[in-house]
Design a protein around this ligand. Structure first.
Ligand SMILES: [Zn+2]
Length: 206
């Protein structure tokens, strides 16, 4: 279960501009207004703010007004104070962490993609290709490069298929590969990669 909800936070209290007088007791320059933010939290981590509210208080007669009951003559000053009060950055903490995490994952993914294309363009003996069989879309298997010469590789097919996008841990054992090999060209590999039949390249020994 995910615990989430809304919380309020006090942002600022400031006197209303000189010259405004209390609608209740008419004392001049005794009014203050406070601005609050309302933000969404997930597990009490602030995620994002979505509204501001304000209350006004007379320090002389202690009369207070919520936004809904605010006398009309105080509206402009309270609105100006609200507008000039920014949501603090910590109200966005969860969104910030998410954005940083996604950016990090995307950079890591791009590095991995670059490695994969470089490995495909210049195969080494020992490279292991993850193969996605097109007939049954949840099955993955491996091809192992036994030797590479010029533009041609000799690959041995793994004799097993499993429901795992990263089958290397389970399937990469010498006795699970076919004793027979077949020849593929670098172009064949690139076409398989473009079609989504060859989904990953691992180079275990450098
Ligand atoms: Zn008053």
């Amino acid at each position: 279960m995910i615990i989430y909800g809304f919380k309020g936070a006090h942002l600022r209290t400031a006197p209303l501009p000189a010259g405004s007088s209390c609608p209740a007791c008419a004392t001049p320059d005794a009014l203050k207004a406070s601005v609050y933010s309302r933000y969404a939290h997930v597990y009490w981590i602030p995620f994002f703010p979505f509204s501001k509210s304000a209350v006004a208080l007379c320090e002389h007669c202690q009369q207070g007004w919520e936004e809904k009951t605010l006398p009309a003559e105080l509206h402009p000053a309270v609105r100006t104070l609200k507008k000039s009060t920014r949501f603090p950055l910590w109200n966005w903490a969860g969104v910030g962490v998410l954005v940083l995490g996604l950016a990090g994952a995307s950079i890591a993914g791009r590095y991995h993609e670059r490695d994969r294309l470089a490995y495909l363009a210049a195969p080494h003996a020992g490279d292991i290709y993850t193969i996605h069989s097109m007939g049954d879309s949840t099955k993955y298997s491996l091809l192992k490069v036994m030797s590479a010469k010029g533009n041609t590789v000799e690959v041995a097919a793994n004799e097993y298929e499993i429901d795992d996008r990263s089958p290397i841990n389970e399937l990469n054992a010498p006795e699970k590969y076919s004793k027979e090999t077949e020849s593929l060209t670098v172009l064949d590999l690139q076409i398989m990669h473009n079609k989504g039949q060859l989904t990953d390249v691992d180079r275990l020994e450098e």
